[in-house]
Structure formats: C-alpha cells, structure tokens
Design a binder for this molecule. Structure first.
Ligand SMILES: NC(=O)c1ccc[n+]([C@@H]2O[C@H](COP(=O)([O-])OP(=O)(O)OC[C@H]3O[C@@H](n4cnc5c(N)ncnc54)[C@H](OP(=O)(O)O)[C@@H]3O)[C@@H](O)[C@H]2O)c1
Length: 250
C-alpha cells in the first residue's frame, strides 16, 4: 500500500499570479492546498486528482474576520495524520499608486490592512491555533520594494519593509528549537503577473520603468518562481526569521 505524505498549505492570494502557480504545483505533487482570496480560480481545482484543493472566499482587508476564518480551517485538519503545515502569506496589492497626499484614508487603510495587518494577524492566529503541532512553517512573500524607496509606492514599500522586520522578529521569538515554527520572508523578484501589469499601466512616473522591465524580458514566469519557492521552503538549512531572495536560489 502507498501511503502519501500529508502536507497542508494555506495560501492567501490563491486566485492569480504567484499564489495560483504555487497552488497548482503543490496540488500536482499531491499536497493539500487551502486557498484564500476574494475570487476563486476554477483552474486550480482541476490541476490534479492527487492533491486536494479547498477554496475559501475571503476579503483580507476585513481584518477582524481573519482569526474567525482561520479557526475552523485549522480545526478541520487532522493534526494526527499531518506531516507538515505551511501558511503562505502571499496576497498583496500594489495600489494605490499615488503620492501619499493624493490617497484617500480608505485607500491607505486598505493597503495597510491587506499588505501588513493581515499577514500579522494570520501568523499570530496560525501559531496559536497549531500550538501542539509539529513541522509548522510560515512563509511571508515580500518584495524588493521592502528595500528600495519609490515615489507613488510608499504604502506598498512600507508594508513590505514591515513584513521583513516582522518576519525577522517573530523568527527570533520562535528561535531554533526543534518544534519552533519556521518562519521566513521571500522576495520573489520581478514576476510576470497581474500586479506587474497594474504597475506598468498606472499613471505614476515609475510606470515607464515597469513597462521597460516587461519589454526587455526581465520579468520571470510565475510558474518558474513558484517552483523555486516551493523547492526552497522545504530546505532543512533555512535560518528562522531570515529574508531570502528568489534570485539567489538558482
Ligand atoms: N509580481 C511581482 O513582480 C512581484 C514582485 C515582488 C513581490 N511580489 C509579491 O508576490 C505576491 C504575489 O503577487 P502577484 O504578483 O502574484 O500578484 P497578483 O497576481 O496581483 O495576485 C494577488 C493575489 O492577492 C489576492 N488579493 C488581493 N487583494 C485581496 C483581498 N483584499 N483579499 C484577499 N485576497 C486579495 C488576489 O485575489 P483576489 O483579487 O481574487 O482577491 C490575488 O490572488 C505579493 O505578495 C506581491 O507583493 C510580486
């Protein structure tokens, strides 16, 4: 009898771009994927008869709903037969792409809630709700924007910088004990996804830079980046709390 390993991945922002590609590849490898985003992507569930996909429609801006959403998801997982569980905080939005005085209060709050408050709340709830489980991981999808200030992108850059520091601090909290939650941030580099289209089609001055990246072939296919991330996060030599770059994973 073949006994399949039981690895569960909870992925936010599963409907498009990098999130969708990570979900498809994990399903093809026979894993269980639980996807969270506002819209479903029917393609993902059709990927494989081996893996199991469950979709939850969630607006991650509505941050007070996040712990109540995660609680029954975790409660429904049979931790006794589990080999590992991984939360991938991937959902994000690059908008609003405007100078800060031109952003409405609602745009500012939506960006901060989605890009940094949601990963913080989900990480906190995940660690608490799985406290007696083993082989737990949190992967925070960061960005080069965490390190490079950019006009009209102050909210996105700030949120990603905060996500890196959050990952480093919580990594220190967890330490290197055998049962610690392994937590790290990954900068995926420039990936050819709808987020890139939003940046190059915007009317901010930097849109020309993003258009040039596309025109010059500098964007990497999301399937390739997804493959690198999935392979990388299974590595036993990762240091808790570190921030890694996909470009260094070749
Ligand atoms: N593409 C790049 O070049 C690049 C570079 C550096 C870092 N990153 C990072 O990589 C990650 C994935 O980005 P991507 O390029 O794949 O972006 P994408 O194609 O725009 O996908 C974003 C995902 O986030 C979800 N999302 C957006 N707002 C949401 C909300 N309010 N509630 C729930 N889900 C929401 C979207 O789903 P719904 O619309 O269905 O909700 C979608 O599934 C992000 O963290 C991004 O910052 C990307």
């Amino acid at each position: 009898m073949i006994i399949l390993a039981n690895h569960v991945y909870i992925i936010t922002g599963v409907s498009s771009g990098l999130g969708a590609e990570m979900a498809k590849q994990l399903l093809r490898e026979g894993n269980e994927v639980i996807g969270l985003s506002r819209t479903n992507n029917e393609d993902i569930g059709r990927q494989s008869a081996e893996g199991k996909f469950t979709f939850y429609p969630v607006d991650l801006v509505r941050i007070k709903q996040l712990t109540p959403v995660l609680q029954p998801i975790i409660a429904n997982i049979d931790s006794g037969s589990l080999d590992s569980i991984t939360l991938i905080n991937n959902a994000a939005s690059v908008t609003p792409l405007k100078e800060i005085q031109d952003c409405t209060d609602e745009e500012i709050l939506n960006n901060v809630q989605l890009n940094i408050a949601a990963p913080m709340l989900l990480t906190s709830a995940f660690i608490r709700l799985t406290s007696n489980w083993h082989a737990r991981r949190v992967v925070n999808i960061s960005s080069g924007s965490a390190k490079y200030p950019a006009p009209s992108m102050s909210l996105y850059c700030s949120a990603k910088a905060a996500l890196n520091m959050f990952s480093r601090s919580v990594g220190m909290e967890q330490g290197q004990e055998p049962n610690a939650v392994q937590l790290f941030a990954i900068d995926p580099g420039m990936v050819d996804t709808p987020m890139q289209r939003t940046a190059r089609e915007s009317d901010m001055a930097l849109s020309a830079f993003f258009a040039a990246q596309k025109a010059e072939g500098n964007l990497v296919e999301p399937a390739r980046v997804a493959r690198q991330i999935i392979h990388f996060i299974s590595s036993p030599v990762l240091k808790n709390g570190d921030v890694y770059q996909v470009s260094a994973m070749e």
